[in-house]
Design a binder for this molecule. Structure first.
Ligand code: AMP
Length: 395
């Protein structure tokens, strides 16, 4: 795996695919800078070597047409402020103006190109467009994990034009290392905590990780498909009846592979999908009609705690309750505390994919776990065992 540490960028122009797809408010102010912060170490290393940086990214979904609301010009000032170097901007990502700006770029300077997705060729993975992009640098650096699962021109195809001179930035390299630590080299016992709404969206992940883990904790909305499949009463809880056979199959496979599966035993049930609903604590398989399980109960959390604290490697994907509603967020917060404690005791913990990242940020666990992934879909596909095109293009 080649990273930017394998190159000396002195006198070189690095063409860096970053993920600056940041949220903007109505006045085009950046409301969350984490993606820019995350790219900073890579940019600084290249500048410190004596190189220059040409940054390319997408922003929003302009669907192949120029759209001033999604211009990356809105973030130039913020990027300058975070990197500590004045960032130049050019109103396109290919063409004459860009050639000029790139050839005029001096050591220590940074140039940001306009939104790649103003060109339909970007998402189409167009070869000629990728070749035009490749003229913008001497060495290609991919540091955008969030789009590594897309075979777009700037994330994948462009790498073909840098047969020897391509590598990962620090962010992408760290994502790859974190996934490897869980999926390949994790110290045992390895535990996966899977929550979220539906079995159907997690099924491929479960099937892929059964060979790699010792414990599988299942929580959240997924629970009820497993419980009903074993003849439990789930009331009005979210349940995928057409996935019940699959749930039973997973339990069988897990047993055959020696994986201990831990399901909730008690839940907080509500008479409405609302924060103000009436609640009662019930056994997971005795939920009355008209009630739905929305969070993990105390005995469940006690059981999960024991497993988590004995683990040396932890993967957490998906909340164990409807954490967006305060009254059903306590289970997810408790899991965050257990994972924190295990991490303090020396375990490696990776949080990734979708809503668990939002939950971890919202409840302040971001700096208390070993690694929080920056890629939603890209992390899910990695956990499903897929080789991401953006990563394969550099390997
Ligand atoms: P995912 O993106 O698959 O991780 O799913 C996250 C969503 O699952 C969150 O929006 C949660 O509110 C939701 N969720 C978690 N537990 C439940 C539950 N018991 N019933 C309904 N939705 C749930």
């Amino acid at each position: 795996m080649k990273t930017i540490d394998d190159f000396n960028f002195e006198g070189k122009k690095a063409l860096i695919r970053v993920d600056f797809n940041v949220p903007l408010d109505a006045d085009f102010n950046v409301t969350d800078t984490s993606r820019i912060d995350a790219a900073k170490p890579t940019i600084l290393k290249i500048l410190e070597d004596g190189g220059s940086c040409v940054l390319m990214s997408h922003l929003g979904r302009p669907k192949g047409k120029a759209n001033p609301d999604m211009s990356l010009s809105h973030i130039v000032e913020k990027v300058s402020e975070i990197i500590g170097v004045e960032v130049h901007f050019v109103e396109d990502c290919v063409g004459e103006k860009v050639d000029e700006a790139v050839s005029g770029l001096q050591e220590g300077e940074v140039l940001l190109l306009e939104n790649l997705r103003f060109h339909a060729e970007e998402e189409a993975g167009d070869k000629a467009f990728a070749e035009a992009l490749s003229k913008n640098g001497d060495i290609y650096v991919n540091d955008a994990f969030g789009t590594a699962h897309r075979a777009h021109a700037s994330t994948t195809i462009v790498a073909d034009f840098f047969p020897e001179k391509k590598c990962f930035g620090y962010l992408l390299a760290n994502e790859i290392k974190a996934i490897e630590k869980v999926m390949q080299t994790g110290e045992k016992p390895v535990t996966a905590i899977l929550g979220g709404a539906k079995v159907s969206s997690k099924i491929t992940i479960i099937e892929n990780i059964l060979d790699k883990i010792d414990h599988l904790i299942i929580g959240g909305g997924m629970t009820y498909t497993f419980v009903k499949a074993q003849d439990g009463k789930v009331g009005d809880s979210i349940c995928e009846d057409d996935k019940m056979d699959l749930a039973l199959e997973i339990l069988k496979k897990a047993e055959a592979k020696g994986v201990s599966v831990h399901l909730p035993v008690d839940v907080i049930a509500a008479d409405d999908f609302s924060n103000d609903a009436n609640t009662q604590m019930v056994a997971v398989d005795e939920i009355p009609d008209g009630w739905q399980g929305l969070d993990a109960g105390p005995q469940t959390l006690e059981n999960f705690k024991k497993v988590i604290l004995e683990s040396k490697t932890i993967l957490w994907n998906g909340p164990v309750g409807v954490f967006e509603m305060e009254n059903f967020s306590k289970g997810t917060i408790a899991i965050g505390n257990f994972v924190t404690e295990a991490t303090e005791n020396g375990a490696f913990s990776l949080v990734g994919g979708g809503d668990s990242v939002a939950a971890v940020k919202q409840f302040g666990f971001e700096d208390k776990v070993s690694y929080v992934s920056t890629g939603g879909g890209a992390m899910l596909e990695s956990l499903e065992g897929k080789t991401l095109p953006g990563i394969a293009a550099i390997m």
